[in-house]
Write a protein that binds this ligand. Sequence first.
Ligand code: FES
Length: 107
Amino acid sequence: MIQLIFIYPDGQEHEAYAQNGQTLLSAAQEAGVAGFVAECGGNCTCATCHCYIQAEHAQELFEPSEDEQAMLGFTAEPREQHSRLACQVMVEYFMDGMRVYMPERQI
Ligand code: FES
């Protein structure tokens, strides 16, 4: 299992465990992480699964697709350098221990 640590805006941490190849969104939902709305159900058409990836890991992730890039323009909280849509990030072994920061709001 791959450990992920979701950090809420108030600094509280919520641990989750993912399988290799599972989406970040799915892992968060299974672990009961609060804060993702995911209106479109993971289809990259709502931008309500926005999160900020820990800088050290963000560089290792594959580049966002054109669709993800486009949707990142519609997040409720400002897009930052390491912004991603959790439904588009596949968890892999090298992400073990990765910290994922939640935005204040998704809508
Ligand atoms: S769940 Fe809608 S864009 Fe990710």
